[in-house]
Structure formats: structure tokens, C-alpha cells
Design a protein around this ligand. Structure first.
Ligand SMILES: Cc1cc2nc3c(=O)[nH]c(=O)nc-3n(C[C@H](O)[C@H](O)[C@H](O)COP(=O)(O)OP(=O)(O)OC[C@H]3O[C@@H](n4cnc5c(N)ncnc54)[C@H](O)[C@@H]3O)c2cc1C
Length: 541
């Protein structure tokens, strides 16, 4: 491997290292898996990515496989930001905003730009990118690769809705631009003698041959929050052919993103923020669809077991709280309608709904009062970041999504699962998008806790699929959830997705194992020392 590192050192502008401390750092993302890279490189230019990919492609043609793992901030919880070969780390250098077009409301960025930086820039123009993961130091490259969802996705949708076009480096090092093509443009692409041409021809054929099953399944998988597998449903329509939807959510397994152009929205900082506390969980079944009709820009929840757990982990955290902490469930609802009259209207209607469910409602347009409500919204961080003692909040089945009308049933059955394994069903999440997060406190060094983890995963993923949902929204299927892809998509759709991977990456160079790992592979990579300690991005010094 030293020879390879040496070659890269000579040919890349960015730094390349095999230092064992650096490799150990990059052996972890925020998942419960670990896998150390052999080489870590910090590309400075797209050309660096291109040269790395082309070098690996040439070796692969001669039978030597050296995989490539793209890496943003490493907040991935599915074990997709780790890999055994060359890791390409983007936040170090490829972290620039390239162009902001305020009139067209688009922004072009390099992949290592963080959400923090993007948001600051956009706010100064009264703009924002709605879908943002909770971890604001995550990168846009990672967010696009995971099709991230955020609190605003309930109103504005997930990342895939905002990606206009991408520049990507293909497995052989070719650089292409993706975006919607009309029929004439598509046939021009299909006529190319390059790898790009090969991809368009093979993909068009694959999608044409499987048109019926894709068509029949489209509604089922596109009307829910879903980031699992490949979005084969968004590539081909009557007038368009676009590779972008395939790359979004592909977790670095089809191509490496070197530039993304995203649409952005007008930002209204004057919002109405509400806290609704409901005595009964079952009122969710009727309430959720009705609240969504009011077009909230945030519709999150936290349940009573989560608040109880937070109070036991940090008794001072939720004192002087503006509501009855014993309510079964609390909803955090925001309205960001452009006109204050519209917000008032929505609030009135919300008040009626919450009263009819015997709940209580607190609401404010004043930022300092809103901070009180935000405290409850952010309180799960106490669980997620808990480090005292051997049990840690492990991210497993932590971003399952179900349709609105099934959220209550899903929660009820998930509570049963948690009670059976003797753990509190502490849950929170972006319930307006159907996303429910559980992060049970488990000590992965204990066999019994590992068994609980697998019981919980099997049960919650099966329930999600049974209720017409997805094994993951935003967090990605990665390695950890790959064994459940067949459960969600069935044999036929999964084999189409596997064929897509073969078309883009015939030698298996791009993030191999991600979206394909078997249960045995997952078990082999499991950590026994999971710790949520914040990952400060390792920059080459
Ligand atoms: C506490 C916590 C809360 C979270 N909350 C949310 C949430 O609310 N919503 C949500 O959607 N997610 C959430 N996540 C998951 C994660 O933060 C997001 O998916 C985030 O967008 C990942 O960005 P990253 O920069 O950390 O990417 P990484 O973790 O570095 O990488 C993620 C994936 O993208 C690939 N990748 C990275 N850069 C590129 C590139 N340039 N080209 C191709 N592939 C690339 C990697 O190979 C990997 O497969 C959360 C995670 C944690 C730990």
C-alpha cells in the first residue's frame, strides 16, 4: 500500500498519509461499525479526485482492487463513511462556495462545505436551504449522498428536491455533469464512446426493460420519506432522463460528487413556534394529517419516556418547563408563512385541534420565549451525547419513516418491542415527515446488549416495512441497514438496484460493502466501544 500512497503523493496536489493515528481516526463514523482506511487523502481539486479514481481503475483492470471512500464530516450513522482502501476527505480543502445566484435562487458548492457555512451565507441574503441534518457541521457532499432530511422537510421536502445538478467523478476518473436531459440530449449522450456513454446506454436499457415494475412501485416508495437503496424511480420520465436522482442518496457508491448546484428558498425569520402537549398517544392518528394541512414548517415530537430518561440523566435540564412533562407526547410546531396573518390563522386552527384532543398549547412569536420551547426540542441531545457509564445511545433503527396515517400504530408496536427487551421506548424525531428516532442506551461490549440491538433492529425495520414505510430516511442504509433492503424492496427491485451499481462501478471500487453488506459482514465490523464523542474533523496539518 505504501507504493500506492507514494504514487498518490507524487501526483495529487492534496496531502496523502498512511499515518496510523490518522487512519485510526477515520476508522470511525457515527455508526456502531469500524473499518480503518489504508490511505487517507485530502484532495485539493477535482483533478485530485479524478486522478485517484483513474489510478484505482487502471489497477482494477489488472486485478488489484483498491476501494475509494468519499468522506464528509463522518456523521453518517449507517457505517457508510468508513472503508478499507483510500479515503478521500473533503472538508479540508474542497470547502468553497462557488457561486450564489440570488435571482435564480441557486447555489453551487464544493462537497466539503458545511451546512453551518452554507446557512450563514444564505441567511445574509434572506435565503436558506431547507433540508438540513441535525448535525450542522455535516457537509453538503454527505447530505446529498445521504439524501438528508431535516426538521423543515415536512413542508419543503428532502435534499433530493433541491439538487439541480451535480458534477461527479465516475469510477474510471471521467468527470461528468448530471441534470435533466430531453430526448435529443439523451440520445447524444448515448452516442458517446466514453464510459459516460456506456452508463447512459446500459441504464436506459435497464430502466426500459423494467419499466412496469418501477412504475408500479413508484408511488409506494416516493410518497414516504425514503433514502434507502437507489432512487431508480426518479431517473426516467416521459420528457426527461436525469442521473441526479440516482446519485443523490447513493452514499458514494456510484460516483464521487465534486460539485453540487442546489436550489434554495426565501427565509422568513419571523415564525410562530408552538409546543402542543397531548395526554394520549392515540390522538396522533387523527391529528397528524390535520396539523399537516396547516403547512407547518416544523412538526417534530418527543415522547414522555424520552423526557423521563432525560430527567434521569440530567435532573436539572427540564426544570421550569412551560408544560406538563407527563403528557404522553409533545409536538413542536413552527409556522413560517410569509404573512403574519397566515401564521395567526394557522395557530387558531391548531389551537382548536389540540383542544379537541384534550391537549395544551403554548405558542410564541418572540425569539426569547421560543428559546424555552426549543429547549425541549433539543433535549434528546442529552441522551445522544450521554457518555457516563458503559451504556451509550446507539444509533440503530434511528431514522425509520412511516406514512402519516401509520405513525401511531408504528409507535405503539415499537413501544411493545422496547418493553419486551426491558428498555424505555424513548423516541423523538421529525414526525411530520413520518420519521421516528429511537437511540437505546446499550453497552455493546455486553453480548446481551448486542442481542437486544439485533432484536430491536429486526423488529423496527420489519414494522416500518409492514406499515408501508422505509428502513431509513436521511440516515442512509449504508452497511448497517443493507441486510434489510430486500425486506423493503423485494427481490425484483433490489436486483434492478444491484444492476445499477454494476453499471456505474463494474469493478466494485466505490464504497464497496455500502448498500450490499451481509449480516455476517455487519457483525464482523461491530464496535464494542461505541462512544458518541463529537468528531472534530481531522484536517491535515
Ligand atoms: C446525532 C445525529 C443526528 C442526525 N440527524 C440527521 C437528520 O436530522 N437528518 C438526516 O438526514 N441525517 C441526520 N444524521 C445523519 C448525518 O448527519 C447526515 O446524513 C449528514 O448529511 C451526513 O453528512 P456528513 O458530511 O457527515 O457525511 P459523511 O458521514 O462523511 O458521509 C455520508 C455518506 O456520504 C458519502 N459522501 C460524503 N461525501 C461525498 C462526496 N463528495 N461524494 C460522494 N459521496 C460522498 C460518504 O461516503 C457516506 O456514504 C444525523 C446523525 C447524527 C449522528
Amino acid at each position: 500500500m505504501n507504493k500506492v500512497a507514494h504514487y498518490l503523493q507524487e501526483h495529487l496536489l492534496g496531502e496523502v498519509t498512511t499515518n496510523s493515528e490518522v487512519r485510526r481516526y477515520f476508522a470511525f463514523d457515527k455508526s456502531i461499525l469500524h473499518l480503518a482506511p489504508a490511505i487517507v487523502a485530502y484532495p485539493r481539486t477535482e483533478e485530485d479526485i479524478r486522478k485517484t479514481a483513474n489510478f484505482c481503475w487502471q489497477l482494477a483492470k489488472r486485478g488489484q482492487i483498491i476501494p475509494i471512500t468519499p468522506r464528509g464530516a463522518g456523521t453518517d450513522t449507517s457505517g457508510a463513511a468508513i472503508g478499507p482502501g483510500i479515503m478521500l476527505v473533503f472538508p479540508a480543502h474542497l470547502n468553497k462556495i462557488l457561486n450564489l445566484d440570488v435571482k435564480k435562487k441557486t447555489i453551487a458548492v464544493e462537497p466539503g462545505v458545511t451546512y453551518d457555512v452554507l446557512t450563514q451565507t444564505l441567511f445574509s441574503h434572506q435565503l436558506f436551504l431547507p433540508p438540513q441534518p441535525n448535525q450542522t457541521y455535516a457537509t453538503i457532499g454527505g447530505g446529498v449522498a445521504n439524501n438528508s432530511f431535516g426538521e423543515k422537510s415536512v413542508k419543503y421536502g428532502p435534499t433530493k428536491k433541491y439538487v439541480r445538478s451535480l458534477r461527479v467523478v465516475l469510477a474510471n476518473g471521467e468527470v461528468i455533469e448530471t441534470g435533466p436531459l430531453n430526448k435529443r440530449e439523451l440520445s447524444r449522450k448515448m452516442g458517446l464512446t466514453t464510459f459516460e456513454g456506456e452508463i447512459y446506454r446500459a441504464l436506459d436499457k435497464l430502466l426500459e426493460e423494467n419499466q412496469q415494475i418501477i412504475q408500479e412501485s413508484r408511488d409506494r416508495f416516493t410518497h414516504i420519506a425514503n433514502s434507502a437503496g437507489y432512487n431508480i424511480f426518479g431517473v426516467k420520465s416521459n420528457d426527461n432522463f436525469d442521473l441526479t436522482p440516482l446519485i443523490v442518496g447513493s452514499q458514494g457508491t456510484l460516483a464521487v460528487i465534486s460539485e453540487a448546484t442546489l436550489a434554495v428558498e426565501n427565509h422568513n425569520p419571523q415564525t410562530t413556534l408552538c409546543l402542543a402537549s397531548l395526554p394520549k398517544l392515540d390522538s396522533l392518528a387523527e391529528l397528524l394529517p390535520q396539523i399537516k394541512q396547516l403547512k407547518p414548517s416544523v412538526l417534530d415530537f418527543i415522547n414522555q419516556p424520552a423526557l423521563q430518561l432525560i430527567a434521569s440523566l440530567n435532573p436539572n435540564e427540564l426544570t421550569d418547563f412551560p408544560t406538563d412533562l407527563n403528557s404522553a407526547i409533545h409536538l413542536i410546531i413552527e409556522f413560517d408563512h410569509q404573512k403574519s396573518g397566515q401564521q395567526k390563522d394557522a395557530l387558531k386552527k391548531l389551537d382548536r385541534l389540540i383542544t379537541s384532543a384534550d391537549g395544551t398549547l403554548a405558542a410564541s412569536t418572540n425569539p426569547s420565549e421560543q428559546a424555552e420551547i426549543l429547549k425541549i426540542k433539543q433535549s434528546p441531545a442529552t441522551i445522544v451525547n450521554f457518555t457516563k457509564g458503559p451504556a451509550k445511545a446507539v444509533p440503530v433503527a434511528e431514522a425509520v419513516a412511516v406514512p402519516d396515517n401509520q405513525v401511531y400504530e408504528y409507535l405503539r408496536r415499537a413501544y411493545d418491542t422496547y418493553h419486551k427487551v426491558g428498555l424505555p421506548p424513548a423516541a423523538w424525531g421529525q414526525i411530520g415527515s413520518g420519521i421516528v428516532r429511537f437511540q437505546p442506551l446499550l453497552d455493546l461490549a455486553k453480548v446481551s446488549d448486542r442481542q437486544k440491538l439485533f432484536k430491536i433492529s429486526d423488529s423496527l425495520y420489519s414494522l416500518a416495512v409492514k406499515f408501508g414505510g422505509s428502513i431509513t430516511a436521511g440516515a442512509g442504509d449504508g452497511r448497517l441497514r443493507a441486510p434489510y433492503l430486500k425486506l423493503q424492496y423485494g427481490e425484483s427491485l433490489l436486483s434492478i438496484m444491484q444492476a445499477v451499481k454494476k453499471i456505474f462501478d463494474p469493478y466494485g471500487l466505490l464504497n464497496p460493502g455500502v448498500k450490499t453488506a451481509t449480516p455476517a459482514e455487519v457483525k464482523g465490523l461491530m464496535r464494542t466501544d461505541y462512544s458518541p464523542g463529537r468528531h472534530f474533523e481531522h484536517l491535515y496539518r
